[in-house]
Design a protein around this ligand. Structure first.
Ligand SMILES: Nc1nc2c(c(=O)[nH]1)N[C@H]1C(S)=C(S)[C@@H](COP(=O)(O)O)O[C@H]1N2
Ligand SMILES: [Mo]
Length: 294
């Protein structure tokens, strides 16, 4: 017998979940005006490239390790907790957060801090309305995200190579920005395990490590949350991690990038400020010194 949500969820939580889910109708009625302009018209990478060249350290450090080992991940059933400074904390299924008929395509550039990039046709929903439905409390200033912790499904979590689980965070205004999505698929299909099934963050103007995969918890916080890469190497990886060709990594230049699949002789291409999304996001950082807040 398959358990329904009302069977496994305490009543108070179920009631708040019901309020959350019923908010969807109102949301679907509002057209997303800016949607079309968010997708790049650059040619997407192939499905093969997107699913065979990955960073997902829970499955190993090699670029081909996720494709080889991510079959161990069981993306169903899956629950995402939304908690912290919200009016309606609860446990939600992927279908609650991103009902199939609300999912839209976003073709985004992805720029890894290591200096390579891709163009990926994601499927997903904006994060902002999800947080609004959960009811952001006035004291909330940041959003913290957590990946699944289960060494049986994520074999590298049996090693101490990194602090597990992988965690990330955004400032609340970054999380609410319409470019920020929770992605549930790519190329019109459910999210491949190696890309962060069943649900992952995509923040296209930031280095790829901010786009945390296989999320099980989203917490609204007052304090800036810790992030995995800042914990590991704070002098190399900051909280903001905005793509910026003018602020080099201490060990390499960020001025250019290698587009995966472009071919051996294509050469490197210039990296764009905020990964090409400056017109949409530069205002978020007005007055900040981006060399200091890297
Ligand atoms: N949980 C988790 N999320 C993660 C990572 C990871 O190792 N673990 N790697 C990050 C990095 S460094 C990048 S570049 C992107 C890569 O996403 P992709 O493999 O779907 O292209 O995922 C990010 N999200
Ligand atoms: Mo990355």
């Amino acid at each position: 017998m398959k358990l329904g949500w009302s069977d496994v969820t305490p009543k108070a939580m179920w009631l708040s979940r019901r309020a959350f889910v019923s908010g969807l109708g109102a949301m679907m009625a509002a057209p997303s005006l800016a949607r079309a302009s968010f997708s790049t018209d650059e040619a997407p990478n192939s499905f093969e490239e997107i699913t065979n060249y990955n960073n997902f350290y829970e499955f190993g450090f090699g670029k081909e390790d996720p494709a080889r080992y991510a079959h161990m991940l069981r993306p169903e059933p899956w629950a995402v907790a939304i908690d912290g400074l919200v009016e309606r904390p609860g446990s939600y299924s992927v279908a609650d957060l991103a009902p199939e008929n609300t999912v839209e395509e976003r073709i985004y550039r992805l720029r890894c801090v290591e200096g390579w990039s891709m163009v990926i046709p994601w499927l997903g929903v904006p994060l902002g309305p999800i947080l609004e439905r959960a009811g952001v409390q006035p004291g909330a200033r940041y959003v913290a995200f957590e990946t699944l912790l289960d060494p049986d499904q994520m074999p590298a979590q049996k090693t101490r190579s990194m602090p597990w689980p992988y965690v990330e965070g955004l400032r609340l205004d970054e999380a609410m920005h319409p470019l920020t999505i929770l992605a549930t698929g790519l190329y019109g299909e459910a999210m491949p395990n190696q890309n962060g099934a069943p649900i992952r963050l995509v923040v296209p103007w930031k280095y790829g490590f901010k786009s945390i995969k296989s999320i099980v918890r989203i917490s609204l916080t007052e304090e800036q949350p810790p992030t995995t890469w800042q914990r590991l190497q704070p002098q190399e990886y900051g909280f903001y991690a905005n793509v910026n060709p003018d602020v080099d990594h201490p060990r390499w230049s960020q001025a250019t990038e290698r587009r995966i699949g472009a071919g051996l002789f294509a050469g490197r291409q210039p990296t764009e400020m905020f990964n090409g999304y400056a017109e949409h996001v530069a205002h978020l950082y007005a007055g900040m010194d981006l060399a200091r807040d890297y």
